[in-house]
Design a protein around this ligand. Sequence first.
Ligand SMILES: NC(=O)c1ccc[n+]([C@@H]2O[C@H](COP(=O)([O-])OP(=O)(O)OC[C@H]3O[C@@H](n4cnc5c(N)ncnc54)[C@H](OP(=O)(O)O)[C@@H]3O)[C@@H](O)[C@H]2O)c1
Length: 290
Amino acid sequence: MILVTGANGQLGRRIVEHLITRFGSTAGIAAGVRDAGKAADLAARGISVRPADFDRPAQLAAAFAGVDKLVLVSTDGPREQRIAQHRNAIGAARAAGVRHILYTSFLDVAADSPAEFAAVHRATEADLAASGLKVTLLRNTLYADFLPMALGDALRTGRFSLPAGAGKASFVSRDELAEAIAAAAAAPCLAKDVYELTGQALHDYHQVAAAAAQASGRALRYEPVGADDYAAALAGHGLPDWLASALAGMYAAVAAGKFARVSNDFAALVGHPPRPLACVAQELFGARPD
Ligand SMILES: NC(=O)c1ccc[n+]([C@@H]2O[C@H](COP(=O)([O-])OP(=O)(O)OC[C@H]3O[C@@H](n4cnc5c(N)ncnc54)[C@H](OP(=O)(O)O)[C@@H]3O)[C@@H](O)[C@H]2O)c1
């Protein structure tokens, strides 16, 4: 049995759906959730829905019973909280006899990264290595889906500011990443232990601005800003301080080149590369009636 945690979340739910598509059936698929009521639709389709809150380790023995492969979807929240949650899940998986954990990590796990997200995933990857279980790391690049949030009201003002300098990254939609993760989970055998799930081309944010401008028909210019100024602006818009500084740190990591990596791992799993930025930008920013 394959169990996907965070199955009420946006990535986790899509992984479950891609597993169903791949197998042509819900048999052998389980969903770990914090609120079973929100997964009633999955239960109605024959998925085994199990309470699996990593903050409640006592739940996890029953959640992971009989599970062969665990797709461990990383949680959100402040750094130490996430590391502890993932550690609880890994410990419970080991105790329950799970054979193989596939973990949704992040492309940037560098020890010298300015991003706290890198520290979280690096710590969890170390915990996984120490678990003695079979582990597959699925290191996701940046979600393309977050570009509208990164742009904020830039399509109206014409200027968008991030502390990403001239750094480059690739952007892949959450749904495509979920498809690749499901492919890895469904595979009877995997060629590698670490998959870098990236697009096939790198773009700086000047190019992102150009793609969004092209798709939307609006003038748009990228203007790099400092990480501290950016974090202060986000906090001023009501984001919790930890999240404001974590996001600023992530863009500082882009500026430092930590996301400037491309691989063919996505295509190796899925059979074709993810959509290029221009296609995704059309979907995200394509002119719609106001
Ligand atoms: N690559 C990127 O650009 C990028 C961007 C954003 C986030 N991420 C990472 O990818 C993960 C999945 O992204 P997403 O789009 O699916 O985000 P999301 O919709 O916010 O989902 C977050 C998931 O974390 C789960 N979670 C939170 N606390 C938990 C706990 N105590 N125990 C078990 N599960 C818990 C949530 O469970 P419930 O469904 O029960 O609420 C939810 O499924 C995020 O959590 C984050 O680690 C990556």
